[in-house]
Design a protein around this ligand. Structure first.
Ligand SMILES: NC(=O)C1=CN([C@@H]2O[C@H](COP(=O)(O)OP(=O)(O)OC[C@H]3O[C@@H](n4cnc5c(N)ncnc54)[C@H](O)[C@@H]3O)[C@@H](O)[C@H]2O)C=CC1
Ligand SMILES: NCC(=O)COP(=O)(O)O
Length: 322
């Protein structure tokens, strides 16, 4: 059996909880390398600089690929001077994954606001930036539970846009693209031979035959029917409010949701600690914890590492399947 290639763990926003989670993630026992500035790690962290992702370090020591930042980190207070380096780290990790030096990347949380203000970052988040770095490939965001049965896996088809813009942004072409990407990724990355996908309606009661919204009857149901004809195992459009209880989740492998909160509220309610964010459709493996920078608790050492550990484990599992 070949040794698993390490996963690159990008530092994310240094004023958030990311850097303090990196040493806690050593509990995983699978190889990963922290890419960032070692000055941002908690005092007392046992770390060793490596020149390449696969270089050995002693057990219990955090391997660090050094990326020097202009400024130290003040917990809870992102420094605009560090914003460009946060973005550089993500790009460097992608290079390492694309060359095969790493098995994939796991990203610690960024502050979207800090990057926009400090670096003019033109992307809503990692997902869109990674798609760009990969050659502007179409991708989908999936959040997957690791602690609940049946699993909760959700794909927000529209992502970081105002609610007022959702109905216009949710087009047949976008939903079809998300269905195709999700189906392919469930097979390749999750080992599910015939993925069952559930499509959530946009409106209350999935429109109730047009009396509470017309998108479901006008184009969602015909799209689902057409793709079923191609062999996709689809159900829906379904009323979203009854899609996430255990008996309902047992009937599908992933749910495609119309907008961000329709997807993320169920998973963060069912499994905030073990939720993993995966970018589907990339030519390399990318996972992330499902939480953000948690500025309110940064620097206190109380941040829960379960989600980042689950994200690193899932990245290894996905890399092994590719
Ligand atoms: N993948 C990424 O880079 C993500 C980045 N974000 C960014 O994070 C920032 C803050 O977002 P929020 O909506 O406040 O979400 P958040 O997840 O940072 O915080 C929400 C609540 O959960 C708690 N929390 C989060 N992670 C925790 C952990 N590991 N252990 C214990 N408690 C934890 C926080 O203390 C806070 O009370 C924003 O700038 C957002 O854009 C949010 C989600 C994902
Ligand atoms: N709410 C989910 C989220 O913000 C994930 O964003 P990213 O992985 O694209 O950075």
């Amino acid at each position: 059996m070949t040794e698993a290639r390490p996963i690159i763990l990008t530092c994310g926003e240094p004023a958030g909880v990311g850097p303090e989670l990196a040493p806690k993630a050593l509990a995983l026992g699978l190889p990963f390398v922290f890419l960032g500035d070692p000055r941002h790690l908690p005092a007392g962290t046992a770390w060793a600089e490596v020149a390449a992702p696969g270089d050995p370090v002693a057990p219990g020591v955090l391997a660090v690929l050094r990326h020097d930042f202009p400024a130290p980190a003040v917990p809870g207070r992102p420094d605009p001077a560090n914003a460009c380096a946060v973005v550089e780290v993500i790009a460097r990790a992608v290079d390492l994954a694309l060359t095969g030096a790493a098995g994939g990347i796991c990203t610690l949380p960024i502050s979207k606001e800090a990057l926009k203000r400090g670096a003019g970052f033109a992307f809503p988040g990692h997902t869109e930036y990674l798609a760009h770095l990969a050659g502007d490939v179409p991708v989908a965001m999936m959040l997957a539970s690791t602690n609940v049965e049946p699993p909760c896996r959700v794909v927000p088809v529209t992502i970081h846009i105002p609610l007022a813009e959702v109905a216009a942004a949710l087009t047949p072409a976008l939903l079809e693209q998300a269905i195709r990407i999700t189906d392919a990724a469930m097979r390749r990355d999750f080992g599910i031979a015939r993925p069952r996908l559930a499509i959530a309606g946009l409106n209350p009661h999935a429109g109730e035959n047009g009396v509470m919204g017309e998108e479901e009857a006008r184009w969602m149901a015909p799209l689902v029917e057409r793709l079923r004809g191609e062999g996709f195992d689809l159900r829906g459009p379904l009323p979203a409010d009854t899609m996430f209880h255990p008996a309902a989740r047992a009937r599908y492998d992933a749910a495609l949701c119309a907008y961000h909160d329709q997807a993320l509220i169920p998973i963060k309610t069912l499994d905030f600690a073990g939720g993993v964010n995966v970018t589907l459709g990339l030519p390399f493996v990318r996972t992330s914890p499902d939480h953000g920078t948690a500025f309110d608790i940064a620097g206190q050492g109380v941040a829960d590492a379960q989600s980042v550990i689950a994200a690193l484990r899932m990245a290894h599992e996905m890399a092994a399947r590719r």
